[in-house]
Design a protein around this ligand. Structure first.
Ligand SMILES: Cc1cc2nc3c(=O)[nH]c(=O)nc-3n(C[C@H](O)[C@H](O)[C@H](O)COP(=O)(O)O)c2cc1C
Length: 187
């Protein structure tokens, strides 16, 4: 079983992209190959970053909890809505608190939008972000267009294309995590 941490980064009231995070949580759990920790940034009330976790003398428990979930993970997935042609500021703010947690981690990208493009602009920038933090971005991305119609509140796909894309993404992601985990075990 691989330990996967999903970092979901929208805190807007009425956010729809939580559905994408739930869809991934369900699909990975149902694969029987992963245990999933969903970190919903909204639950952690993170202030705008003024000091990175590693420089804090008495770090708050909420940051330590996220740090542990990232450290323990064999793989991480960033899930974000597209806001103004990029990913959410809340996700970036959370990412900026951490450093060594990202080292050589396989990181999958999922972007979501209300429109037809499924957050493609955000997804490209998320891949750049993954490179910047010294982790490995998976080339294949999950884009969720027309959020309201593609996934229901429980994160269940509402059409065949969404179901197929989710399934393909999870298969690709588990392959990617396994490849890097295998290499890490060799030392
Ligand atoms: C501040 C803001 C900026 C947005 N910018 C974009 C955008 O650039 N491209 C896009 O496709 N959708 C954009 N949207 C619409 C989101 O895709 C839509 O709200 C969707 O439901 C995902 O965001 P949510 O999780 O906050 O609901 C924007 C929404 C907000 C709140």
């Amino acid at each position: 079983m691989y330990k996967i941490t999903i970092l979901y980064g929208a805190i807007r009231e009425g956010r729809l992209s939580i559905r994408a995070a739930k869809a991934l949580e369900n699909a990975l759990t149902n694969s029987g190959k992963a245990t999933v920790t969903l970190i919903d940034i909204k639950d952690y009330n993170l202030p705008v970053m003024e000091k990175r976790l590693k420089f804090m003398d008495n770090p708050p428990q909420n940051l330590v909890t996220i740090s542990n979930a990232l450290n323990e993970a064999d793989g991480i997935i960033f899930v974000s809505p597209e806001y103004n042609g990029s990913y959410s500021g809340a996700l970036k703010n959370a990412v900026d608190y951490f450093t060594g947690e990202w080292a050589k981690k396989p990181i999958g990208i999922c972007a979501a939008s209300a429109g037809r493009l499924g957050g493609v602009n955000a997804s490209h920038k998320l891949q750049d972000l993954v490179l910047a933090i010294g982790a490995f971005p998976m080339p294949y991305k999950l884009l969720v267009p027309e959020l309201k119609d593609s996934l229901n509140e429980a994160g269940e796909p509402q059409n065949e294309i969404m179901a197929k894309n989710l399934d393909k993404y999870v298969n690709e992601y588990l392959w990617f995590v396994e490849a890097i985990s295998t290499q890490k075990k060799k030392g």
